[in-house]
Design a protein around this ligand. Structure first.
Ligand code: SF4
Length: 184
């Protein structure tokens, strides 16, 4: 699948990433999301997010910058962003196969099924394939981007943003070079 985003990444120790953990604040934002409680990858979780993250020793923080054509209208921008964030997230999930016991944190909520079973009060049907996002685990993405990758999130407001950014991570038990994401 063709990538229409520019990758930036940095490897950090888990302890550095956990400095951005603030579950109370981040999950507070989730309460006002229109998709709140509609997808199993989103909070509230039945496990301790901090402990989930702390198991790993390292994290590649990875962003994908999507340049936005200023002639696109808002709906077209959203469609483009949604398409690219899935390609970006698939790439992160595909990278897992090269690193023992690694796990990808995708950009945004899980998109594996056309309709998440949470909407019908049923269990997730693809538990092995479902992935969480940084936000979903209580991490403040805007600060991570700024402090670790030296990048800034732009939003769709009155004017067309120059770019939009998707953010994810690969969590590792040992230091390793990335394979697919590096384009090798
Ligand atoms: S795999 Fe399907 S059921 Fe599970 S969280 Fe994702 S969309 Fe929902």
């Amino acid at each position: 699948m063709r990538r229409n985003f520019e990758i930036t990444m940095k490897l950090v120790e888990m302890q550095s990433l956990l400095e951005f953990y603030n579950k109370t604040e981040i999950h507070g934002y989730c309460l006002s999301c229109p998709d709140h409680n509609r997808n199993w990858s989103c909070p509230t979780h039945d496990f301790n997010e901090y402990e989930y993250l702390k198991k790993y020793k390292y994290a590649y923080i990875i962003s994908g910058k999507i340049i936005i054509n200023k002639n696109l209208n808002e709906n077209e921008i959203i469609k483009k962003f949604e398409n690219e964030r899935r390609i970006f997230s698939d790439l992160l999930i595909d990278e897992e196969q090269y690193h023992n016991d690694s796990i990808a944190l995708i950009a945004g909520n899980c998109y594996k099924c056309d309709r998440c079973t949470k909407l019908d009060g049923k269990e997730c049907i693809l538990k092995d394939e479902m992935r969480y996002s940084l936000e979903s685990l209580g991490l403040k993405v805007s600060d991570i981007l700024k402090e670790i990758l030296n990048q800034q999130i732009l939003w769709i407001k009155e004017t067309t943003p120059e770019y939009l950014i998707t953010v994810g991570a690969i969590l590792l038990y040992e230091k390793d070079d990335l394979v697919l994401i590096n384009g090798r």
